[in-house]
Design a binder for this molecule. Structure first.
Ligand code: SAM
Length: 277
């Protein structure tokens, strides 16, 4: 009798995906973790929960191969039918596997990208998934867990390492929103229910919207200068990353802003106060 494959950790959820949907996160991963991938011995990257098509995993593979030509990428999906549908697209360095949060790969990955996966779980389960993923990555490994709009114009993600959550990034196409607060609907699961008065993430988005309004005159020069000016104003009272690779004008011009996790972490209080001493 053949042994049954062990049950993967997690649930099959909607498989919605699309070409180029995750380009903002991929661009950021290349900029921020490129040096880590370049310096590592046999770097392995997992794309967890790639959905109904192989496409975003293949795009990640092609983008990472530009900076590390021998990087290996494994798309992991908990729906066996989606694994079967992706397998014809395998090529040297790119493969697809059945599994879940336990990360069924032959060595601990250096980077795990999980996009639009945990949003379909409840908040407590999302925190458990974070713990499982953190236990599965390489000692210096990272997890990029986020959410985006259907076509990827609005996105938000958290990075985690062995110690816990490290940063939160918001990213938007310049024509893709009215004010930065519109990104609230794309917050990762651990934060989306915390966008209420008294929580740090709520105060942050409120202040970002205020800075956006103050920076309105910059719109005469375009949306990028306005975003950059708004982030510079925000950095006066919030611990915005201001230096590369996480911050600075080059990143802000792309419609990004990154802050430490602690600044927005659930639990109430002002993220500003944490950083004024
Ligand atoms: C909405 S799709 C996201 C596809 C792609 N990542 C994107 O953002 O376009 C979510 C996928 O995650 C898969 N999934 C959910 N939980 C998972 C788990 N624990 N391990 C692996 N895949 C999972 C679902 O089956 C689904 O195909």
């Amino acid at each position: 009798m053949r042994a049954r494959a062990p049950r993967a950790s997690g649930e099959i959820t909607r498989g919605t995906t699309g070409h180029n949907r995750l380009r903002r996160a991929d661009r950021w991963i290349c900029a921020v973790y490129g040096p880590l991938l370049v310096s590592a011995d046999r770097p392995l990257v997992v794309d967890l929960g790639y959905g109904a098509s192989h496409v975003t995993t293949t795009e990640l593979f092609l983008r990472l191969r530009r900076i590390r030509p021998d990087v290996e990428v494994v798309g992991v999906e908990i729906d066996p039918a989606r694994v079967a549908a992706a397998r014809p697209y395998e090529r040297p360095g790119l493969s697809f596997a059945y599994g879940g949060f336990e990360l069924p790969v032959d060595r601990p990955p250096l980077v795990v990208r999980a996009f639009n996966v945990l949003r379909q779980y409840d908040e407590a389960r999302a925190w458990e998934a974070w713990d499982l993923l953190r236990a599965g990555v390489a000692a210096d490994g990272v997890i990029v867990e986020g959410t985006c709009s259907e076509v990827g114009h609005r996105a938000a993600w958290v990075t985690l390492d062995a110690r816990g959550p490290r940063t939160v990034t918001l990213a938007a196409r310049m024509a893709g929103f009215g004010s930065p607060g519109d990104l609230a609907e794309r917050l990762p699961k651990a934060l989306i229910h915390r966008n209420v008065p008294g929580e740090r993430v709520h105060a942050f988005l409120r202040d970002f919207d205020h800075c956006w309004a103050v920076a309105a005159p910059y719109a005469a020069y375009g949306m990028r200068p306005r975003w950059t000016a708004a982030v510079e104003l925000l950095a006066a009272s919030w611990p915005v990353a201001v230096r590369p690779p996480l911050g600075g004008r080059r990143r802000w011009r792309l419609g990004e802003v990154t802050v430490p996790w602690e600044a927005l972490a659930p639990g109430g209080g002002s993220g500003q106060v944490l950083y004024t001493t």
